[in-house]
Design a protein around this ligand. Structure first.
Ligand code: NDP
Ligand code: MG
Length: 332
């Protein structure tokens, strides 16, 4: 591999000793980062809105809690772990007014920095440590003495020249260097993340499932059968791919399934689909998608909410609810 990977010995944990880290947000990532850093001996203050539900939770976990502005003001490193759509507002209201070149800003996803929703002054260090897993896994593996692989990126080193080394120290305290921290850029992380969720993971997969379901139902087959074949079994296949790759998955399916897979798959994802993928990527690279999503948020999300409402009414949801009620093991 030509990419750079950092491990335990590449980080200098002393860079966060006697330093104060503000973790803004206490959701999926925020809670895991705050607790892991705290357990690693780093001084942590959690920044939250006093009226929110997280405030009490962070207190109950034994952490110091303050408003975002108070937390940010005296911190050496400020980690933005509120939702991406809230980060620019939190930056403008609670961070920017007291921001200085002695501070480092850390992100777990590059959207706001890459698309200039947050533009810190040049003297401020701006970095990313993005765990490639959900917060509960980041916490659980840390407690087991392991870690989740992370991405590292540096948008600007700042006047200290130490932003990257500080990010590595943060990744070390988080448990990330135990597994390996892969170096990338804000641009690469942001654009590949958006492309993956739009074209393959979220947009691609749900559209593929629905198209398969609709094709069977329109041909007169029972919706229950269509649900099992096009949605329910997706998990079994994806689990095998996740565990060991495509060849591993294929070693578990029948000869007939394998032949259908390799001969029919390429007909489904054909040149037309690939051309559309290129268009989706081009909208991400040009900033067109980002502008659309930022404006949609400013307009109170009318299109987003309408489309989600329509999706919720799709027949696959109704049949799914009935069939999942038969699957007792899904209940908790
Ligand atoms: P969450 O949606 O879980 O964050 C919710 C937290 O943010 C809550 O504690 C909430 O507090 C707080 N919050 C929300 N709005 C505000 C506000 N205006 N002011 C103060 N606090 C606020 O976020 P995630 O952990 O999912 O994401 C955080 C970052 O990590 C994002 O950049 C995301 O892209 C990135 N990331 C997420 C991953 C994941 O697994 N979820 C994986 C890798 C990266 P309250 O109780 O007050 O609502
Ligand atoms: Mg994503």
């Amino acid at each position: 591999m030509s990419i750079k990977v950092y491990y335990e010995q590449d980080a200098d944990p002393s860079l966060l000793r006697d330093k104060r880290v503000a973790i803004l947000g206490y959701g999926s990532q925020g809670r895991a980062h705050a607790l892991n850093l705290h357990d690693s001996g780093v001084e942590v203050v959690v920044g939250l809105r006093p009226e929110g539900a997280s405030w009490q939770r962070a207190k109950e976990d034994g952490l110091e809690v303050a408003s975002c502005a108070e937390a940010a003001q005296n911190a050496d490193l400020i980690a933005f772990l509120v939702p991406d759509s809230q980060q620019a507002k939190v930056y403008q209201e609670s961070v920017e007014p007291t921001l200085s070149g002695k501070q480092t800003l850390l992100f777990a996803h590059g959207f706001n920095v890459h698309y200039h929703q947050i533009v810190p002054p040049a003297e401020v260090g701006v970095v990313m440590i993005a765990p490639k897993g959900p917060g509960n896994l980041v916490r659980k593996l840390f407690q087991d003495g392991q870690g989740v692989p992370c991405l590292l990126a540096v948008a600007q080193q700042g006047s200290s020249g130490q932003a990257k080394a500080t990010a590595l120290a943060y990744g070390h305290a988080l448990g990330g260097t135990r597994a390996g921290i892969i170096e990338t850029s804000f641009k690469e992380e942001t654009e590949t993340d958006l492309f993956g969720e739009q074209a393959v993971l979220c947009g691609g997969v749900t559209a593929l499932i629905k198209a398969g379901f609709e094709t069977l139902v329109e041909a007169g087959y029972a919706p229950e059968m269509a649900y099992f074949e096009c949605l329910n079994e997706m998990k079994l296949i994806v689990d095998l791919i996740y565990q060991g790759g495509m060849a591993h998955m294929r070693s578990f399916i029948s000869e007939t399934a394998k032949y259908g897979d390799v001969t029919r798959g390429p007909c489904i994802v054909d040149d037309h689909v690939r051309a559309t993928m290129k268009e989706i990527l081009s909208d991400i690279q040009s900033g067109k998608f980002a502008r659309e999503w930022v404006l949609e948020n400013q307009a109170n999300k009318p299109v987003y909410n309408a489309l989600l409402r329509r999706e919720a009414q799709h027949p696959i949801e109704e049949v799914g609810q009935r069939l999942r009620a038969m699957m007792g093991w899904l209940k908790k």
